[in-house]
Structure formats: structure tokens, C-alpha cells
Design a protein around this ligand. Structure first.
Ligand code: NAP
Length: 235
């Protein structure tokens, strides 16, 4: 870790795309950054990033990972929840062909948002962050904005729906504490699913947009944006 900063971010579900770009941006601008994923090789605090193992579908694992990060880097003031999974039913058009175990497992990744947000708020309230920005951002998609999710993507929709329910409420609850909650979603220029290839090109855009959300005044928890980083305004 090359900085003595007390600004600390924890990215849960940090891979080579959004996680890597957001981490680079935060690191460049003075943050110590912890990268969490299931297969992370735990690292020394001396390295550029602090890697920590976390399975966001397991409550105890999230709690333990926050403990590890806080001990190594100090309390966090930014959390990005980027983990997601898709559990396609054996008969893709019949959602109930999915096993109950697989459904519960998938939903657990949505429930993980609650545990992560709870840990985040505890960290944010540390006095060291009194004058720092405090933000919890979940990477979104448009699935939770309609009741219908195509059967193959239903489990992903469940995760995102759980995330939106919590974030909408938490954004309101913690406004007075200057704590921001966002469900941040890349959309096409028409407001739908990104066009083919757009998501793959969007890592840097996510990094710029998340940086702005962390630092600007609180706005609507449901933040949709296009590949050029501009907000997509919707009713
Ligand atoms: N706007 C849109 O339409 C749209 C389109 C596509 C994706 N997305 C969203 O973008 C996010 C993923 O983006 P990305 O491209 O950055 O993915 P990515 O590069 O594949 O990184 C995601 C990382 O999450 C980790 N992960 C998966 N399950 C996990 C778990 N249970 N606990 C902890 N870590 C876990 C994986 O590492 P391990 O395997 O080591 O755990 C993986 O490296 C998701 O939230 C997804 O829903 C949005």
C-alpha cells in the first residue's frame, strides 16, 4: 500500500473489469483499496492493493472480510458491491426447474448487500471519517425495474431486486448522516440493456461515474448512466 491515507475503499466482487478500473481510479486519487473476491490470494498491506477472500453469498464471510480489511487498512469510507451471479435453470425457459438449493444460493448474493451495507455504515460512522465522503454503491442492471425477468436471468434479477429494495430505503434512512447509497446502472442510450459490446467497454466509465457519486452531493439512489458517463434521466 503506497499511501498513508485514511481514505479506504472495499470492493466486493472485484475482478478484472469494473473492480480493476474503480480500484485504479481510487488508488490514483489517494485511497487505500481492498479487493475482495472468492479466489483472492490474501496479500500484504505493502502491495498496491490489499486482497481479501470473501464470499458475498455468506454472511459470516462478509463480516470476517470487513474485519480483515479494517484491521489492515483502517475503517472504510467507500464500499462497492459488484458481486453477482446467474444461475440458469436446467430447462432455461422454466424457472421452477431450478433446484431450491440453487435459488437460495443465488438469493444469498442479494442478501449479502444487507450484510455489507450494515458493516459499511458501522465503518462510515467511525470518527476518522467525519469529514470524508461516505458511499455505498452497488453495481446494477435494469432487471429490478420491471417485475418480469426472463427465466434464464431470473436469479440475477432476484439479487438486484433485493439490492434495490435495501438501497432505496437506506438512502433515505442515512441521508441525515451524510451517507450515500446508490444502485448504479449502465444503460443504453435508450435507457435499456446496454447495446452489445457496450458493457465490455464500460470499465473506465464505471470508474469515473462511481468517483463522481462518491464525491458529489447526494442524488437519487437509482443512478442510471450511459457509456459516455452521462446520467440517463428517467421518471
Ligand atoms: N449494466 C448492465 O446491464 C450490466 C451488464 C453486465 C454486468 N453487470 C453487473 O456488473 C457487475 C460485474 O461486473 P464486472 O464486469 O466487473 O465482473 P468481473 O470482472 O467478472 O468481476 C466480478 C468478480 O466478482 C467475483 N465474485 C463472483 N461471485 C462472488 C461472490 N459470491 N463473492 C465475492 N466475489 C464474487 C468474481 O471473482 P471470484 O470468482 O474470485 O469470486 C469476479 O472476479 C455485476 O454486478 C453485474 O450484475 C451489469
Amino acid at each position: 500500500m503506497t499511501t498513508d491515507s485514511t481514505l479506504v475503499a472495499f470492493i466486493i466482487g472485484a475482478g478484472s473489469h469494473i473492480g480493476a478500473a474503480v480500484a485504479a481510479k481510487l488508488h490514483e486519487l489517494g485511497y487505500k483499496v481492498a479487493l475482495g473476491s472468492r479466489h483472492a490470494a490474501e496479500s500484504e498491506t505493502k502491495q498496491e492493493y490489499f486482497h481479501v477472500q470473501v464470499d458475498a453469498s455468506r454472511r459470516e464471510s462478509i463480516e470476517a472480510a470487513f474485519g480483515t480489511v479494517t484491521k489492515a487498512l483502517g475503517p472504510v469510507n467507500v464500499v462497492v458491491y459488484n458481486a453477482a451471479s446467474v444461475n440458469i435453470p436446467p430447462s432455461p425457459t422454466h424457472i421452477l426447474s431450478l433446484s431450491s438449493e440453487a435459488y437460495y444460493e443465488s438469493a444469498a448474493l442479494g442478501l449479502g448487500v444487507f450484510t455489507a451495507a450494515k458493516q459499511a455504515v458501522e465503518n462510515f460512522k467511525n470518527d476518522i471519517h467525519r469529514d470524508h465522503p461516505k458511499a455505498f454503491i452497488a453495481t446494477g442492471n435494469i432487471l429490478p425495474f420491471t417485475q418480469f425477468s426472463p427465466s434464464p436471468y431470473h436469479t440475477l434479477g432476484v439479487q438486484k431486486a433485493l439490492a434495490t429494495r435495501l438501497i432505496a430505503t437506506a438512502a433515505q434512512s442515512y441521508k441525515e448522516d451524510d451517507i450515500k447509497f446508490y444502485f448504479a446502472t449502465l444503460v443504453s442510450h435508450k435507457g435499456g440493456i446496454p447495446e452489445p459490446g457496450e458493457f465490455e467497454k464500460s470499465a473506465q466509465t464505471h470508474a469515473e461515474v462511481y468517483w463522481d457519486l462518491i464525491n458529489k452531493e447526494a442524488s437519487n439512489w437509482d443512478h442510471r448512466f450511459t457509456l459516455d458517463g452521462k446520467p440517463y434521466l428517467h421518471v
